[in-house]
Ligand binder design. Structure first.
Ligand code: GLU
Length: 451
């Protein structure tokens, strides 16, 4: 039996910008494929262009991967491998597959430079692509392409071809915008006597407005999604299904399930369409499944910033907000913004609002006053704190609300307590602020209605 080498995959990001959503998908697929086959997943920074590369982008890329739980087994930099490329360029020069060419500089045509060109004698290059089948490209019009600006300055195709072979990369999974580079890389590999890896070119992700998702079109770096409050599992899950289709209807895939399920043959042949709405849907699924403590960690700092002492004194405020986030699958950043802009201040201080807010559509002031007075009487029958939880007060008021109309009874009560058009239910608020505050706020509302 032939021994198959262990699977080794890689991504080769250039650290010249924040880690893009599309590259994250490529990383995920490479990671999943390697893990599924017990192999190795590498990150190889393409940082030979020292003018454009920046270490801060390397750290952005690594932080993004770590946030997504995609952990590389090996991290390397091309800038540290110059001697390897030099050795290979020398081999190509010695074997006559490459030659030095003295020519006017592109930057400054009055200057002469010596570049290294590959001596191209081929006509067609064919390779098997997992997604598209056999691809044949006429390479005769590529001419003798440049592979290095000098012996110490290899260009992309040379460095990639050398690294993929020397590092034993078995499977190259990358965006299909690289299809046109593949023949050049194969030519170089063959000239060096190496066997090319297997290629899978993944159709790119397109945005809703059409066209491929580019860095320029808005915030599409991975850490932007983090900053905007998405849960990493949801982002990973959405990426997974942007270009790969499951055998059945399953949509929610924890990372372990993705490893199990992933296969190259189900990579879609069409471009994937990124829709933020779908990502928000995944986010809801993941937030709803999060333990309460995890949501608390996201919300608490904002609450403490807004009300340093009171937040600590009344832990029920946090619980109530956390419960709301969980039920609605709200983005963490949105809750934090709401806390910051005062949307939850009513938990701590009596609200200030305009009296018409108390009156629901289609009702008049007198009816509202009557209903709120009756609610006040009913609530007054509860002595002390017993029966003051949200379930009990709801039970207490429900028969009256069903008789008079829920909106006539609950809307004025809720707005009297929160001063907001949107807020948690009046029962939740009453439980958190307690009976004394509740009664005081109802009285304030009644006074406003009397004026
Ligand atoms: N720097 C290239 C990219 O990020 C790498 C291409 C490759 O995987 O060979 O698109």
């Amino acid at each position: 039996m032939k021994n198959t080498p262990p699977v080794i995959t890689r991504i080769a990001p250039s650290p010249t910008g924040a880690f893009h959503f599309g590259t994250a998908r490529t990383a995920l697929y490479n990671y999943l494929f390697a893990k599924k086959h017990g192999g190795t997943f590498m990150v190889r920074f393409e940082d030979t262009d020292s003018e454009r590369s920046d270490r801060s982008y390397e750290s952005d890329i690594l932080q993004s991967l770590s946030w997504l739980n995609i952990s590389p087994d090996v991290i390397t930099r091309q800038s540290e491998r110059r001697s390897v490329y030099r050795g290979h360029i020398n081999r190509l020069l010695a074997s006559g597959h490459a030659y030095e060419s003295r020519e006017p500089s592109k930057k400054d045509p009055s200057q002469e430079v010596v570049v290294i060109r590959y001596k191209n004698t081929e006509r067609n290059v064919s390779f098997k692509d997992t997604v598209r089948g056999t691809i044949t490209i006429d390479v005769s019009d590529l001419g003798d392409f440049v592979i290095a600006r000098s012996i110490d300055d290899p260009l992309y195709n040379l460095a990639v071809a050398v690294d993929d072979c020397v590092m034993g990369i078995t499977h190259v999974l990358r965006g299909d915008d690289h299809i046109t580079n593949t023949p050049r890389q194969i030519l170089l590999m063959q000239a060096l006597g190496y066997q090319p890896p297997s290629y899978t070119h993944i159709p790119l992700i397109h945005g809703e407005g059409g066209g491929k998702l580019s860095k320029r079109k808005g915030a599409l770096s991975v850490l932007d999604f983090k900053r905007r409050g998405y849960v990493s599992g949801a982002v990973c899950n959405a990426l997974f299904l942007l270009g790969w289709s499951p055998v059945d209807e399953q949509e929610v895939f924890p990372l372990e399930d993705m490893v199990q399920a992933f296969s190259l043959d189900r990579i879609q042949k069409k471009e994937a369409l990124f829709r933020e709405k779908k990502l928000a849907w995944f986010n809801r699924q993941y937030v709803q499944a999060l333990p309460e403590a995890a949501i608390r960690r996201e919300v608490m700092p904002a609450l403490l910033r807004r009300f340093p002492f009171r937040s600590l004194l009344n832990p029920r405020v946090l619980s109530s907000i956390v419960q709301g986030v969980r039920e609605q699958g709200t983005l963490f950043a949105d809750v934090r913004d709401r806390i910051q802009s005062g949307d939850y201040d009513f938990f701590f201080i009596p609200p200030v609002y305009e009296p018409p807010l108390l009156i629901p559509d289609g009702e008049d002031q007198k009816q509202v006053r009557q209903s709120l007075t009756r609610v006040q009487e009913l609530l007054a029958t509860r002595s002390g704190y017993r029966g003051w939880d949200a379930v009990s007060t709801h039970e207490l008021l429900l028969p009256y609300a069903e008789k008079e109309g829920k909106s006539l009874v609950f809307w004025p009560l809720r707005t009297a307590l929160s001063g907001r058009e949107k807020s948690p239910s009046p029962f939740d608020i009453m439980e958190v602020i307690g009976k004394k505050q509740t009664m005081a706020r109802i009285q304030t509302a009644l006074n406003l209605l009397r004026e």
